[in-house]
Write a protein that binds this ligand. Structure first.
Ligand SMILES: [Zn+2]
Length: 121
């Protein structure tokens, strides 16, 4: 949050009432999990409060949406075949990893959240 003084063109921290400075953040997640690089923001030097102007926020939203569009992820449901669970791999993902029927792969557990499927070369 911040107070904007349009006459002076200055932005003041809503917590400390100090003038905020325009900075470039190396990394910022406008939306959780979507890492943006080199993000313009106003920052309070005393409390590290961040503030984005409407224009800056719009740009961050656009960049976030663009990244989401191009990020490679698929939501799939597991099916069952006999005693095994089956995961269908979308053709775009298979092409991306150069996988085809008969490709030997290794399944490596990562954590209790999932596993990694890796080609054996
Ligand atoms: Zn502050």
């Amino acid at each position: 949050m911040a107070k904007i003084n349009l006459e002076e063109g200055k932005i003041y921290c809503a917590q400390c009432d100090k003038e905020m400075n325009l900075v470039i953040l190396p990394h910022y997640e406008f939306e959780e999990g979507i890492d943006l690089h080199r993000v313009q923001s106003y920052k309070c030097n005393s409390c590290n409060n961040l503030f984005f102007t409407e224009e800056q926020a719009k740009e961050l939203e656009a960049r976030t949406n663009e990244l989401k569009e191009y990020s490679f992820g698929f939501k799939k449901k597991l099916t069952i075949s006999g005693r095994s669970l089956v995961l269908n791999i979308p053709v775009e993902l298979a092409d991306h990893a150069h996988l085809k029927a008969g490709t030997p792969v290794k399944i490596v557990p990562l954590s209790n959240e999932g596993f990694l499927v890796r080609k054996i070369s």
